[in-house]
Design a protein around this ligand. Structure first.
Ligand code: P6P
Length: 344
């Protein structure tokens, strides 16, 4: 089969649809190349000095794995010099990283989780890099954290690279979702799927069941009905999958449907959820919506949420449209006191 490369895909998309201006194409190609570099380190595992912790903590107070730091550095070094970016923000950095004055500044802002699911690194389970692209709002040189605080619907592009049995790059620029598989012999990302579509219905849910007793009633109601299966109100049996790596769980849902939940829970009532809005939830929400699915915080469309802080967290419900809508309906039907944190 005559497959096309990422570069050819981007050039043809620009020629036919005009959605990938030069700087955005450069950004996507640079990030894709950085993901190839990260894949090399991830695939080395114990053969390289990349396993284990770096004995440091990130802004979230989480112990950083060596590969978290390596991946973050790879993305910074790859993106600084090209003239396509004004600044970057990363789960692994407290504040934004502005392109140094020795390089020209571009029109875009890049946000990323350099290696999501890093708790799985040491046990050889799929992990990934998640990225989100926003446009620089002003045209002044000075860039601050506030320039990043844009709702997800303003994203120019989003994607992830999943380092699994295959390394795959999944990308949207707002015109459907395309999948590229890394051909290691060529060292190229090759188009293997486009216009991914998530089935509106599903029989598969993804959630960390060990948190069940901490959930708000609408979430308990939804999951309990799934567990009741064909003998319960849903009248059909459900299956459960939970990798504990968002990229792996979302990739499965993009490929075959399902619903993913990381809901608010009562252990830390002031925290809306575990996942980060700007560089986990928003890019995944963009991809899922572009594939015909839905993505909310249980009540509101994720991509409509106005961020207040760069590293803020959010509850996440995403995947097959009809299931996400049912979960939203259960939140709306619940008495306000039972529905978890106040709507934003
Ligand atoms: P838990 C990985 O640390 C992550 O941020 C997501 O990739 C994943 O979906 C979630 O946390 C897993 O959380 O509590 O099940 O370990």
């Amino acid at each position: 089969m005559n497959r096309i490369s990422l570069t050819q895909y981007l050039v043809e998309q620009q020629r036919e649809r005009g959605r990938i201006p030069g700087q955005l194409r450069m950004l996507i190609e640079v990030v894709a190349r950085a993901c190839k570099r990260i894949a090399v380190s991830v695939n080395k595992g114990p053969l390289g000095d990349v396993i284990g912790t770096a004995h440091t903590e990130n802004v979230q107070g989480e112990v950083q794995k060596k590969l978290d730091i390596i991946s973050n550095e790879v993305l910074i070094q790859a993106n600084e010099w090209g003239g396509h970016l004004a600044a970057m923000a990363s789960e692994e950095m407290d504040s934004i990283h502005v392109v140094p004055n020795r390089y020209p500044q571009g029109e875009y802002l890049l946000l990323y989780d350099p290696l999501d699911g890093s708790s799985n690194i040491d046990v050889n389970v799929s992990i990934g890099t998640i990225f989100s692209v926003l446009r620089k709002v002003g045209h002044q040189r000075g860039i601050g954290e506030d320039d990043f605080l844009q709702p997800g619907r303003f994203q120019a592009a989003a994607g992830y690279c999943v380092y699994g049995p295959q390394s795959q790059l999944v990308l949207t620029v707002g015109d459907g979702v395309a999948v590229f598989t890394l051909d290691r012999e060529l060292g190229s990302w090759m188009l293997t799927e486009q216009n991914l579509q998530i089935p509106a219905d599903t029989k598969e849910f993804a959630v960390n069941m060990s948190n069940h007793r901490h959930w708000a009633p609408p979430v308990k109601r939804y999951i309990d009905e799934c567990l009741a299966g064909s003998t319960g109100p849903r009248g059909k049996d459900f299956n459960m999958r939970w990798v504990g790596s968002m990229v792996a769980d979302v990739h499965r849902i993009l490929c075959r449907g399902g619903v993913f939940m990381y809901p608010w829970d009562a252990r830390e009532p002031d925290k809306p959820g575990k996942l980060r809005l700007m560089y986990e939830a928003n890019p995944m929400a963009f991809l899922v919506e572009q594939a015909g699915g839905a993505a909310t915080n249980g009540r509101q469309r994720l991509m409509d949420l106005m961020p207040g802080k760069l590293h803020e967290r959010v509850a996440v419900v995403l995947g097959s449209k009809n299931e996400v809508e049912r979960i939203t309906q259960y939140h709306q039907e619940a008495p306000a006191a039972e529905a978890g944190p106040a709507a934003r």
